[in-house]
Design a protein around this ligand. Structure first.
Ligand SMILES: C[S@@+](CC[C@H](N)C(=O)[O-])C[C@H]1O[C@@H](n2cnc3c(N)ncnc32)[C@H](O)[C@@H]1O
Length: 326
């Protein structure tokens, strides 16, 4: 994200409802609105699709290994200031961390936070560690811990929050839980953890879901959000940002790239879903979260070379796991 965009992080350059009316009245865009047959695929075909998705992301990360693709999301802390103001040793879980575009500004913005970062692609985790390692700030390496995981299929590992802790989160105040020893490594595995740690890290304070949910098959989104709920401490939050309905990049997809309702596949096989507010709301409230913030972020940017104005739409959301009374 460039400096200009930093200042635009929470903009309302145009009204989303006006864009919607325009899109829906435009015959050349009608194919985006057509219903798609509900998927009649068997679960085994769904899981083959999920494997193909992960392979596509791995190829994507191998292709972009050079690092030119990396853009630090500096606007993130303005949009989610709780990442700066949170207490010492707060734990953040960045889901689908890619090459660290979200993890790095969090580490920079708060010297006391620990970031656990997962991705379905080991290639991206390696790249993220390289990029964060190259900042030559020792404490970044120390506070950045990666692991390979696809929460939509296998859930999060139990070392983030073991079953008794997950149950405890639903029964009593998290402050009643003793803290456990932290690891000092940068890449964590179950076997390593079971030796070093008591049972788990007792859950996390924040989950960041930044342009990751849209990459997951819609049928698997609810499971992913439920997993976020399970590993969050009571009172913890999901900080969400993703592609919004009628974003310019959605309207540019040709009809043959539609793979579902509001869902498209790029040439490289990675998929992208475009969210309306109700879909996001239903997913989070359905998992037990309370809505704190949810809105479209509408930014008009101008391509000066081409003289074209582009209307970008993102969804910004904050959802909280209810705190428990003592
Ligand atoms: C658009 S990138 C976003 C990266 C990062 N969150 C950021 O702010 O730039 C989406 C990331 O999600 C990862 N991803 C896609 N599907 C996933 C899944 N099912 N489980 C875990 N990670 C996934 C991809 O490998 C990719 O790194």
């Amino acid at each position: 994200m460039c400096c200009k965009a930093e200042a635009e992080y929470f903009s309302k350059d145009f009204e989303w409802e006006e864009l919607k009316a325009e899109v829906e009245a435009n015959p050349s865009l009608r194919y985006h609105l057509l219903p798609c047959e509900p998927s009649s695929l068997s679960s085994s075909i769904h899981s083959t699709e999920a494997e193909a998705d992960i392979e596509a992301w791995k190829r994507f990360h191998i292709r972009h290994f050079s690092g030119k693709f990396f853009k630090e999301r500096r606007y993130l802390l303005k949009e989610f200031p709780e990442l700066v103001s949170c207490g010492q040793n707060s734990k953040v879980l960045e889901v689908g961390c890619g090459n660290g575009s979200t993890a790095l500004p969090i580490l920079r913005g708060n010297k006391d936070v620990i970031v656990y970062a997962c991705d379905c692609s080991n290639e991206s985790l390696e790249r993220a560690k390289d990029i964060i390692g190259a900042t030559s700030v020792f404490s970044f390496n120390h506070r950045f811990r990666t692991f390979c995981c696809d929460p939509s299929t296998n859930g999060f590992p139990k070392w983030l929050a073991c079953n008794p802790c997950r149950d405890n989160f639903l029964q009593k105040q998290s402050s009643a839980l003793p803290d456990v020893k932290e690891d000092s490594g940068t890449h964590v595995t179950d076997s390593y953890l079971s030796e070093e740690w008591d049972c788990c890290i007792r859950g996390v304070d924040f989950v960041t879901l930044i342009f990751t949910l849209s990459a997951i098959q819609p049928e698997k989104m609810a499971r992913s959000i439920e997993e976020c709920f399970a590993v969050l401490k009571p009172g913890g939050m999901v900080l969400f940002r993703d592609h919004g309905l009628y974003d310019m990049t959605m309207l540019r997809f040709e009809p043959d790239k539609r793979v579902g309702f509001r869902e498209y596949m790029r040439l490289d096989g990675t998929r992208s879903y475009f969210f309306c507010l109700d879909t996001v709301r239903d997913l989070f409230l359905g998992a037990g979260f309370t809505e704190l913030e949810l809105d479209y972020c509408c930014v008009k940017s101008v391509n000066r070379q081409k003289g074209k104005s582009m209307r970008r739409v993102w969804v910004h959301g904050k959802f909280q796991k209810p705190a428990l009374s003592s």
